[in-house]
Design a protein around this ligand. Structure first.
Ligand SMILES: Cc1cc2nc3c(=O)[nH]c(=O)nc-3n(C[C@H](O)[C@H](O)[C@H](O)COP(=O)(O)OP(=O)(O)OC[C@H]3O[C@@H](n4cnc5c(N)ncnc54)[C@H](O)[C@@H]3O)c2cc1C
Length: 410
């Protein structure tokens, strides 16, 4: 899959990252993780203390997939509102999903304090505004749901929005305790820690085949270099390219655009440096960075053809810069990086763990959706419990064959 094109900010923040060798021999391990992006790193980090022999293979270099374009707003609220998810999954499952996402954000904060490399995790509040007056009632219903489930947030009217920002909207949810991070450093930080605890990490090592040894109940993965890795379990953390390995009918793709500005001298008109997004679909979203840049993304296109996606980059980057200047007219923004990427979703609105009969002893992390980093953390927790303890009570909620009240057409 041709994932993305353009220029990338995050890798530039760590110009001399840790490197790992290519695999040069056959290996036997308990768990093989295919993919060295943030999901693979989260898996490796979670398993590093398990006493199991864990190996990660990455076909390119660490963090060079969607991790390099991830704008890394760390939130529990996603494209589909919880008040809508209830119609598909019911009250209990939706409330459990919310609880697990909030726990995952807390876990990311704990991880930030436990690894050596600073991955720029910062707690941030979020402004989630109604893009049009018709969305106000829906937004208020969502606010009430989140409030009833223990989330810390306020409902703001136009006057209150205007009092805090240089723009105004009819209403907004102002929520406390979301976060942001640097996804490239995050991935390297976790893998560096995992490597120090004995996890084997190999770059420039692509999986290009597999077979299942039924008698020994082991997966034998073949690499492009002709080596074999004999594993009890395989976790496919190949990001959107996971569907090149195993098709999943619930997955869908659009194209999206982001720009990152040069550092800004004065961000004081940006109240609390909040994460900002809106109820429109597709939506625009904004954040600031540790070195005082601004990232804005959105303007999604329905195409999943790379050439069509790339042809629109120049025009879309101008539109994103205009949207930024319109919201913060007192700030002088200069474009530094711009890219376009495929962006995956799961049709029924929840991230998904693929477990298929044709891939025994394997878990596919399909953490697709706007909160991919938080979804991956949640799915990794479920998978690790399933492997290490033999059971996770939440597997049924995230497996591809989960029960739904009203199925979404695929
Ligand atoms: C523009 C954009 C904005 C986003 N914004 C947000 C956001 O604000 N918040 C958020 O939480 N999420 C966001 N996401 C989602 C987020 O980027 C993803 O959830 C996350 O990066 C996924 O990481 P990953 O490790 O699963 O995938 P990747 O980073 O793509 O890593 C997968 C790795 O697997 C490797 N691989 C693939 N096939 C093989 C093979 N056969 N053998 C060996 N290695 C292989 C690839 O080379 C790649 O490095 C955004 C995504 C995009 C595109």
């Amino acid at each position: 899959m041709n994932l993305q094109s353009g220029t990338y900010y995050w890798p530039a923040t760590l110009p001399d990252p840790p490197t790992y060798p290519a695999l040069s021999e056959d290996l036997v391990c308990d768990i093989l993780i295919v993919g060295g992006g943030s999901s693979g790193a989260q898996s490796a980090y979670a398993l590093a203390n398990s006493g199991l022999r864990v190996v990660v293979i990455e076909k390119n270099t660490i963090g060079s997939g969607s991790t390099a374009t991830n704008t890394a707003l760390i939130q529990y609220s996603g494209e589909k509102m919880f008040t809508d998810l209830i119609h598909t999954f019911g009250e209990e499952a939706t409330a459990r999903h919310l609880q697990l996402l909030r726990q995952a954000i807390d876990q990311l904060e704990t991880t930030a304090g436990n690894v050596a490399m600073d991955f720029e995790f910062r707690r941030r509040d979020t402004l989630y505004f109604a893009s049009c007056d018709e969305d106000v009632a829906k937004l208020h219903k969502e606010y009430q749901y989140l409030k009833d489930h223990g989330c810390s947030l306020d409902f703001w009217d136009r006057k209150t929005v205007k009092a805090h920002y240089p723009f105004s909207h009819e209403a907004a949810i102002y929520s406390y305790g979301d976060a942001e991070l640097n996804p490239f450093k995050f991935t390297h930080a976790l893998l560096q820690d995992a490597a120090a605890k004995g996890v084997g990490i190999y770059e420039h090592t692509a999986m290009n085949g597999h077979r299942y040894d039924r008698e020994r109940q082991r997966m034998i993965v073949t690499t492009r270099g002709g080596h074999h890795i004999d594993a009890r379990y395989v976790i496919f953390a190949a990001g959107y390219e996971g569907i090149d390995i195993r098709k999943e009918p619930q997955a869908s793709f659009v194209s999206t655009y982001t720009v990152t500005t040069e550092p800004i001298a004065d961000l004081s008109s940006w109240y609390n440096r909040t994460l900002i997004w809106e109820t429109a679909r597709p939506y625009l979203y904004l954040r600031t960075t540790a070195d005082d840049r601004v990232i804005i993304g959105g303007l999604d296109e329905t195409t999943d053809i790379a050439e069509q996606r790339d042809n629109k980059l120049h025009h879309r980057q101008q539109q994103l810069m205009d949207a930024l200047r319109q919201r913060f007219p007192d700030i002088s923004f200069e474009l530094a990086y711009a890219n376009t990427a495929f962006y995956g979703g799961i049709r029924d609105g929840l991230p998904l763990i693929g477990q298929y009969d044709d891939y025994p002893h394997c878990y596919f992390i399909f953490a697709f959706g706007d909160n991919g980093t938080v979804y991956s953390q949640t799915l990794v927790n479920v998978i690790v419990d399933d492997i290490v303890q033999g059971y996770s009570p939440d597997m049924e909620l995230y497996r591809q064959d989960r029960p739904v009240l009203n199925s979404v057409s695929t």
